[in-house]
Design a protein around this ligand. Structure first.
Ligand code: PTT
Ligand code: SF4
Length: 609
């Protein structure tokens, strides 16, 4: 199990390696848990997210980099400049594998370099060696160009995590990228990297996979086979996440016109079938035999990888019904290293604000050319609208005033991902309680919720939500492997328990997963409370639009979220997590989870009863 912490100080150009306390590893294992623990312990409360004292953590887990399916994921975390709370994201990159080979569980990047810089991590006598390299020539290059340069210098197998101009220019929703299409850290992790003037981390190694034990090699080989022989494999390979476009339309959750509707008249021109007509090849993260990266040509013939989220947010949500044009916007986001989801959200917000006469600029629904121009403005801070939107939708709405917050589609400052929730209270609660702000990554309830009753506000939905959060946001994010093989039904959860047993010697079951989930969730909630100087229950409630403006068409015509029903579910959620009615973890809960020190600190800020 990787147990080293590599600390890199960019201001001093120094690094050190230390062991992570085994008691901390046995509580959190890796990934999100370790990252949250480091940020909780090492950040000064109230630290400026874009100042030199914020820290950027790259973390892997016990299952990363092993010869098991889809295991090349890397978690990136920091205090978010977009939300002001805890932020993280996960991307696929060889860097994760090299960290594993070197036994590094977490890289903590501190300080700020005076000049643009990148770091090269390699191996010297079995230990990590860090070299600090000048990045003046790379600064300003887009993510693809910078990646090409670094691969030319360090070889095709080099592991990378880098930023584009979005991160350099501190766009609050800039991400960290790799592999020309892998992008992680929606809550502005790329901006934190840019604020440190760190263009890239490059890693090289003589090995390309961590060979660990025979048991695991055998198990991994069986799992790869099980994926290939799964009944859903063929369909997955054909459509990947893009199958969701048609599904979302049918279920009336496809965001349209800044989340005003759950259906879009032009959806047929955005589907997986349309994608396949333009497809040139498939691409995957390293160590994956179920690639989901569908590379297509955009309207000017350049290659770009499509995903449901990207297409929904830059397509239907903006009223654009041409996949090739959507692909072009998607490609720009990848080149600049900014999050497609937040991008579609801020542009949709601007279109609605313009329609309501709240902006000087005119930007109409479906205007892909204007959207394209706006992307450049956002990334380079050109013009007043670009400068406004680069701050994210919460800040933009607060600066505009005049009721703009009513249609600013975010929770805790993180823009909502691609599911309309007028008629999906379970999914709305998933957004409301996601530990980084509105994201589906911890709990995706849409299909299940459609099977059990969409307009139902019952307790079993909250129980299902907590279960999913514990598995996805707790177990998978601490083990740090791709969850798609499990989510998409190609590998059952018992496979992951077997992998964990082989590597950690621990018999996992749902109770252990729930304990881990509770621990991680309560720690992250404590982080937010400390940063916000308290807690307001309204921070766990989705935006007013879904409560106030009913759907005007589709199978749920007339539906909107019911405030009382939502609040009943939210209160039950707090109860299940052991938090009080104000959403604050109780002292007893924190102590049961082994977080007594956290309770002592938090008790000085808020009442823990
Ligand atoms: C994730 C978010 C998602 S969620 C998508 S599509 W998805 C968007 N992809 C973007 C992109 O592409 N380019 C871009 N410029 N911005 C983008 N923003 C959006 O980012 C990703 C896959 C996907 S594709 C998902 S759900 C799964 N996410 C996992 C997760 O969170 N944890 C985990 N253990 N396994 C996961 N497996 C799947 O990984 P964020 P990737 Mg991404 C072009 O990170 O910040 O959470 O945002 O990492 O390597 O690209 O793989 O339908
Ligand atoms: Fe990457 Fe997709 Fe494979 Fe997961 S399933 S590892 S996101 S290519």
């Amino acid at each position: 199990m990787p147990n080293l912490l590599l600390r890199i100080n960019l201001a001093k150009r120094e690094y050190s390696i230390q062991k992570i306390d085994s008691s901390i590893l046995s509580m959190f294992y890796g990934g999100r848990g370790i990252a949250a623990w480091i940020l909780w312990n090492e950040l000064r409360p109230g630290v400026d997210p874009l100042g030199p004292d914020n820290k950027l953590v790259f973390a892997i887990g016990p299952l990363t980099g092993l010869p098991i399916p889809s295991s090349s994921k890397l978690l990136v975390a920091a205090k978010s400049p977009l939300t002001g709370g805890y932020g993280d994201g996960v991307l696929g990159t060889e860097l994760a594998i090299y960290m594993r080979i070197l036994g590094i569980c977490a890289i903590v990047v501190e300080g700020k370099s005076e000049k643009p810089i990148y770091v090269h991590i390699s191996e010297s006598n079995g230990r990590a060696k860090v070299e600090f390299e000048d990045a003046e020539d790379l600064w300003g290059l887009n993510a693809f160009e910078a990646e090409d340069r670094l691969k030319r210098a360090y070889g095709r197998e080099a592991g990378l995590a880098l930023i584009g101009p979005g991160g350099e220019n501190l766009v609050r929703f800039a991400t960290i990228t790799a592999g020309k299409g892998r992008s992680g850290g929606r809550p502005g992790m790329g901006a934190v990297m840019g604020s440190k003037r760190l263009k890239a981390i490059v890693a090289t190694s003589s090995k390309t996979i961590c060979e660990i034990c025979d048991d695991l090699q055998r198990l991994g080989a069986e799992a790869f086979k099980a994926i290939k022989s799964s009944a859903v494999f063929d369909n997955w390979i054909k459509q990947g996440t893009m199958a969701t476009v048609r599904l979302a339309q049918e279920l009336s959750v496809l965001p349209a016109y800044n989340f005003s509707e759950g259906q879009f008249d032009g959806y047929e021109r955005l589907t997986a079938e349309e994608m396949r007509r333009r497809e040139v090849r498939l691409r995957s993260c390293p160590i994956c035999n179920m690639p989901c990266g569908h590379v297509v040509k955009d309207d000017v013939g350049r290659e770009v990888e499509l995903d449901y989220e990207n297409v929904a947010m830059l397509g239907s949500n903006l009223g654009i019904d041409d996949l090739a044009k959507v692909a072009r916007l998607n490609r720009l986001a990848d080149l600049y290293g900014i999050d497609t989801i937040s991008l579609g959200n801020v542009i949709g917000f601007a279109m609605e604000a313009s329609e309501r006469g709240l902006l000087e600029d005119k930007i109409e629904w479906g205007d892909d050319k204007k959207a394209m121009e706006l992307i450049g403005d956002i990334v380079y801070g050109w013009g007043s609208l670009g400068r406004l939107l680069m701050l994210g939708v919460r800040e933009a709405a607060s600066r505009i005033g005049k009721g703009a917050f009513e249609f600013a589609m975010h929770v805790k400052g993180l823009e909502i991902t691609a599911y309309d929730c007028h008629a999906a209270p379970g999914m709305a609660l998933a957004y409301g309680t996601s530990p980084i702000g509105a994201h589906h990554k911890d709990a995706w309830l849409i299909v299940w919720e459609s099977q059990v009753g969409r307009l139902d506000y019952s307790r079993y939905k909250v129980e299902k939500l907590v279960e999913l959060q514990n598995i996805r946001g707790g177990f998978f994010e601490c083990m740090v492997v791709c969850r798609f093989p499990w989510v998409e039904g190609l590998l059952g959860i018992e496979w992951y328990y077997k992998f964990a047993k082989a590597i950690l010697g621990i018999d996992f079951d749902y109770d252990k997963v729930a304990l881990l989930g509770d621990r991680v969730y309560s720690l992250i909630r404590a982080f937010w409370i400390r940063e916000y100087g308290g807690w307001d229950i309204s921070l766990d409630i989705p935006p007013p639009k879904w409560f106030k403006r009913p759907l005007s068409k589709g199978p749920f015509k007339g539906a909107r979220l019911e405030y009382d029903g939502y609040m009943t579910m939210l209160r039950y959620y707090y109860q299940l997590r052991g938090w009080n009615e104000r959403g604050i973890p109780r002292r007893g809960t924190l102590e049961r989870l082994g977080l007594k020190d956290v309770a002592d600190c938090l008790g000085g800020i808020v009442d823990l009863q």
